[in-house]
Structures are given as C-alpha cells and as structure tokens.
Ligand binder design. Structure first.
Ligand code: SAM
Length: 331
C-alpha cells in the first residue's frame, strides 16, 4: 500500500479502475493506466467485474458515482483547455491521477503534478518507463499547508506569465481553510484567462468525514486519517470566488451529472449530492472587468458547460475580458 496520507487517493483510483469494467457504451472514460497504481489486491477485486460498484455503493452510497462523474467532468474541461491550444495544466493534489498518461489531447501540454513527496515517489516508481501522452510531466513535491505554490511550481519550470488550467480534484476538503484560501489567492494571481476546476464538499459535511449512509467500517477507516476540514455552500460559491478575482463559469453536482451524462445513455448510477465541481476563470486584475463583482451570494448560479465556456470566453486575454464579463453578467 502507499502511505497513509494517500488512502483517499487510492480510493479514487480504485473507483476509476472499477469504471473500466463497465460496458464501453456506458463507461465514462477510458483509463488503461490506473491499474498500475492501485494496490494489487484491490486490482484483483476490481477485475471481478462491474458488480463491484454495487458492493461499494452498499458501503458508501453515491461515492463511486461521484468519483466517476467528477473525473468525467474534469476530463472534459482538460480536453477543452488543450483543444484551445493552451500549453500548461497544473494538477494540485494529483495523487494517482493518470490524465497525463491517458489523454491524447495533452500532446502539446506540459502537466505539472503537485502533491506530497511520498505519493509522488510511489507513483513515479509504478509508472517508471511509461510514455506520457502529455508533452511533458513535471512532478512538483509540495505540502500545501506549509510551502508556497509559486516557489514549488517555479522550480519545476512553470511559466507564471502564461495561462494555465489548475485542476484541484478531491483535495479541498482535506485542507484547512487558510491553505484553501492561499491556493485560491495564488491561482487568482496567475495569468488572466487561467481556469480553475475544483471539487468541494457541502459545508454541512465538514467534520463528519463521511456521507450519510456510509458503513461503520468505512467510516472508521477514513475518519481520523484524513478528516474533512473545508466545505462550501453552493449558493455562496460565486461571491466566495469573486472575492479572489475568480469568476464562476459552472457549478455541477448530482442533478447536472444525471442530466448531462447519465440520462442520455440510460445509465442508472447513484451519485452523492455531497460533493460538487466548480469551474472558474481568472479575471484580469486591471479593473476592466470590475462589472463582474457584486454577484448576489444568495442567488443559485446557472450551470454552464465547459464547452460553452470554451466557446463563450477565455480563448485569449482580449476575448476573455469581454466574453467572461458577458457570461457572468448574463446570469
Ligand atoms: C482524495 S486524494 C485526490 C487525488 C486525485 N486528485 C484524485 O482525484 O484522484 C487527495 C490528494 O491530496 C493530496 N494532499 C492532501 N493534503 C495535501 C497537502 N497538504 N499537500 C499536498 N498534497 C496534499 C493527497 O496526498 C492526495 O493525493
């Protein structure tokens, strides 16, 4: 097994591996690499077939579906970013994320994977010799709680003057609020037009360390190792991000996943409502975009799809100003 801190990363990877045993017409993504990263015993369990997701669901309802859906959504965002010709993706708390090794769209993109050194050692060991599908993969060892991101990324060759997509999947709930805020401030200070896609749990779940319905054994396993420290209220998400200089483009959860991905293919999948994914864009700091501030924190934001974001704004710094300000004002 990998280190204690990466237990949740192993869990997420296990769900992605399980998804590979679904029929190809309902599978949400193709990941031939994740099997190399999962504990061999878990890999044997996963190979028992698609019924395993139902076993998992009986212990932790909606967790498997939530993991699969968030990965599907973020894959779409990453593909959209790469298809715009962008050249940098930063994966914060990358864990056992395999995008740099499985997404052909990343051929022109340098991927920076930031995580604790021990999990990176494990991952690099398991993937040794594997050719990435990205232009390059740079490992960035860091503890978000104690080390500044700008220094760590700079040392890895990140170009702070060029827009980047920051992926923050399954991480914010494990960080204390100051660390979340410090990361958001860093991202918001990056090149205008950069995107941030991140998951968050509902603020009511902070301290509970599990979703309703989890089995006692599972609760015990996850409880003390990686407690849930941070969450957000979706109704206040836009104004929360706005204060950093980030404009919300999309905010999705169970209902949107069912609507966008599952209903059209007739797949019945329980998805936890406890975790959501948000997509935001870094606004220019010059004041051109000052009309973006003042979003009503009590108004539910209308979700926008990643492909709409790609079409509507953020293609270049000039278009970003007008396109993004229109997209937010229109809500
Ligand atoms: C639930 S895992 C998610 C991994 C991956 N993003 C995914 O979705 O599969 C959380 C990740 O955040 C990393 N992490 C948690 N706290 C961290 C910290 N203080 N500094 C750096 N990485 C951290 C863990 O090592 C782990 O890989």
């Amino acid at each position: 097994m990998v280190s204690r801190v990466s237990r949740t990363a192993s869990g997420a990877a296990f769900c992605r591996l399980l998804e590979q045993s679904q029929a190809s017409d309902v599978r949400q993504f193709v990941d031939p690499v994740v099997v190399k990263l999962v504990d061999p015993m878990l890999a044997v369990m996963a190979s028992a077939g698609p019924m395993q997701d139902q076993v998992l669901d009986s212990m932790a309802p909606g967790v498997y579906g939530g993991m699969v859906m968030r990965t599907r959504y973020i894959d779409e965002v990453v593909n959209a970013w790469a298809e715009m010709g962008k050249t940098q993706v930063v994966i914060l708390g990358a864990g056992l994320d395999t995008r740099a090794y499985r997404l052909p769209s990343l051929a022109g993109v340098t991927v920076f994977e930031a995580d604790l050194p021990e999990i990176q050692r494990h991952k690099q060991g398991r993937l040794h010799g594997l050719v990435s599908s990205a232009r390059a993969v740079r490992y960035v060892p860091i503890d978000f709680n104690t080390q500044p991101l700008d220094e760590a990324l700079g040392a890895a060759g990140f170009d702070a003057g060029t827009p980047a997509l920051f992926v923050w999947e399954g991480v914010t709930q494990y960080l204390p609020e100051p660390a979340v805020r410090a990361t958001l401030a860093y991202v918001a200070g990056s090149a205008p037009g950069s995107w941030l896609v991140f998951t968050y749990i509902l603020d009511g779940l902070v301290g509970q360390n599990s979703y309703p319905g989890w089995s006692g054994a599972l609760k015990q396993q996850f409880d003390s190792a990686e407690p849930w420290l941070f969450g957000l209220d979706p109704h206040h998400l836009s104004s929360f991000l706005d204060a950093f200089g980030l404009a919300l483009l999309d905010d999705v959860g169970d209902a949107e996943y069912q609507d966008r991905y599952l209903n059209p293919i007739g797949r019945a999948l329980v998805v936890s409502a406890g975790e959501r994914v948000a997509l935001a864009v870094v606004r220019p700091s010059c004041g051109v975009n000052s009309g973006l501030t003042g979003a009503d924190p009590n108004k539910k934001q209308q979700p926008r799809r990643a492909d709409e974001a790609r079409r509507g704004c953020c293609g270049s710094s000039h278009v970003e100003v007008h396109g993004c300000s229109r997209s937010v004002d229109d809500r």
